[in-house]
Design a protein around this ligand. Structure first.
Ligand SMILES: Cc1ncc(COP(=O)(O)O)c(C=O)c1O
Length: 362
């Protein structure tokens, strides 16, 4: 494949810091890089606390646990999201309430939240889908007025902002993923962020087996081992040194795709007070285009593409609900190569193949 969907960018300092872990024997979750990585995320996003964990899925599980989600609680979340956002609700025995998303932004809306709130609603999970934040002011204000906690699944949106504020520093508690195709990677990795001292205390305790504050090997709450390793964090530290440059290049590549394909496909709506991290360049194809056939065609040209996520409600272990926008978006959406190393001529080549297909099959 000449153009895979993503290639993580690993440079000299990633190698240097990982070798430092190996040479110093600090390869588990103790060692200087975990604290350093957390500090770098705090500094970058402006959030008070950042707690490193093993991946973005356990970050969500832990976040829902510390806010006290339990069986019987209802959690409102978008039907159009990655499976991990919804599964975290099931891990705690709570009830996911899958709601439709906006046709334009592909994100959860306040109207849908309002239509689905009940006295059992304990939290709302919002997903910054494909790196673009939701309408956070109105959601936060409404949730506060109802005593509902807002959890942001910001797995895809490190570097994105809403009215000048970074994701990770807006909701009551937020999570990031650092999987290999994310804006920064630690191989596998995740982070929970919050401005709450109480959540911070519980997050650190529960990610580390629920250890008692002073008595060794006594565990006063049910915890987990969700710790990030020093090696993961070492890679993350090196990645954070270049994050501004990475984001800038992703912004440029999105601009090239938009210039080439505007009018032919439909891009996600991004308001002027929002900046997206452009995790994956994504768009909806015209309805008469057979996406699977186009993807096969792209394959023959050495270009990897991805279909959008299935609606969560279509998974056999979720309730089947009818969310029209989610179904449409999921059916017609496609991701294209989105790594920052792509040059303008690469993007033009990729877009030319899409144009050729659309011309011959439209
Ligand atoms: C929206 C969203 N939530 C959660 C996750 C889970 O993160 P991880 O793969 O690090 O467990 C992802 C990762 O792909 C994601 O895109």
């Amino acid at each position: 494949m000449k153009y895979p969907i993503y290639i993580p960018e690993i440079k000299e300092n990633e190698r240097k810091y990982v070798l430092d872990c190996i040479d110093s024997t600090w390869i588990s979750s103790k060692g200087k890089y975990v604290d350093l990585f957390e500090e770098k995320i705090q500094e970058f996003t402006g959030v008070k606390h950042a707690i490193a964990v093993f991946n973005g899925t356990v970050a969500l599980h832990l976040a829902l646990d510390v806010i006290g989600i339990k069986p019987g609680d209802e959690i409102i979340l978008p039907d159009f999201t990655y499976i991990a956002s919804a599964n975290a609700v099931l891990y705690l025995g709570a009830t996911p309430v899958l709601v439709d998303v906006s046709k334009e932004t592909w994100n959860i809306t306040l109207d849908e939240i309002k239509n689905n709130v009940t006295p059992k609603t304990k939290a709302i999970i919002i997903t910054d889908i494909y790196g673009t934040p939701s309408e956070m002011d109105e959601i936060m204000e409404f949730a506060k007025s109802k005593g509902i906690i807002v959890v942001a699944d910001s797995a895809e949106s490190l570097g994105a902002t809403y009215k000048g504020k970074h994701t990770g520093n807006i909701a009551d508690i937020s999570t990031y993923s650092f999987f290999g195709n994310k804006t920064i990677t630690t191989g596998e990795g995740g982070m929970v962020t919050t401005n709450s001292d109480e959540y911070n205390y519980l997050l650190r305790k529960k990610k580390n087996q629920g250890n008692h504050d002073t008595i060794r090997y006594f565990h006063d709450v049910l915890g987990y081992n969700f710790r990030m390793t020093n090696i993961q964090a070492a890679i993350g530290c090196a990645q954070m040194e270049r994050i501004e440059d990475t984001l800038e290049r992703k912004k440029n590549l999105f601009g090239w795709y938009r210039d080439e394909l505007q009018g032919l496909v439909k891009f996600q709506k991004i308001e002027n007070y929002i900046t997206s991290s452009i995790w994956m360049v994504c768009f909806l194809l015209p309805k008469n285009i057979n996406r699977e056939d186009l993807m096969k065609f792209m394959d023959t040209k050495g270009i990897e593409t991805r279909p959008f996520f299935f609606p969560i409600h279509e998974m056999p272990f979720y309730n089947n609900v009818e969310n029209k926008n989610t179904i449409e978006i999921s059916k017609h959406g496609m991701n294209v190569p989105s790594y920052p190393q792509l040059k303008k001529e690469d993007v033009v080549y990729i877009c030319n193949q899409i144009k050729e297909y659309l011309e011959n099959n439209g």
